[in-house]
Design a protein around this ligand. Structure first.
Ligand code: SAM
Length: 163
């Protein structure tokens, strides 16, 4: 841990003293565009009536959107790339209360994966317009799935939105 990291700790917070790997064998599938250009602007959790955001997929993953417009709600997974990854105990509100990392939805975690349920507004080719995100503009996109509760396996069928 560097001196700068130690200086960043709040009262009562504890960082692991083991080496932390910053490698990730995750392949990003695109980029999320949001109106939030600083962490202060981000909501703590997205709202389904929040601003339109864009899930911009790499062209090679665009065919993987086939069938997506059957769903009103999606789960979106993203890599909170600006997070530190070494905190075991955290004081999210700086008020002296200390909580374990795994008892929080803080972006600070060993593998900084964020998950949001979003509302699918429309598809524009390799881009999905959605509401419900809470991440910074240009956050890397990891995965998109039909929202758990609305997903029922269906027989494949063809429709205009399937391309
Ligand atoms: N909804 C997700 C979840 O529950 O897994 C993320 C919740 S987390 C509390 C959302 C916060 O992470 C935002 O308010 C912002 O402070 C921070 N954040 C957003 N994008 C980030 C990024 N790319 N890197 C680091 N922190 C980010």
């Amino acid at each position: 841990m560097t001196t700068a990291d130690e200086a960043d700790l709040r009262d009562g917070e504890v960082a692991t003293d083991r080496p932390v790997s910053y490698d990730a064998a995750v392949q990003f599938i695109g980029t999320i565009r949001t109106p939030y250009t600083s962490r202060d602007m981000c909501p703590r959790q997205g709202a389904l009536d929040g601003p339109d955001c864009r899930l911009e997929l790499l062209e090679e993953w665009a065919p993987a959107l086939k069938g997506i417009t059957r769903f009103d709600y999606l789960d979106v997974l993203y890599w909170l790339h600006l997070s530190r990854r070494d905190l075991v105990l955290q004081s999210p509100r700086s008020d002296g209360s200390i909580t374990g990392t795994f008892a929080l939805r803080s972006p600070v975690r060993p593998n900084p994966i964020g998950i949001s349920k979003v509302r699918l507004i429309r598809q524009e080719g390799s881009v999905l317009i959605v509401k419900g995100l809470d991440c910074l503009d240009k956050t890397p996109l990891i995965d998109i799935k039909p929202e758990r509760c609305s997903f029922t396996p269906q027989a494949p069928h063809k429709d205009a939105d399937d391309t």
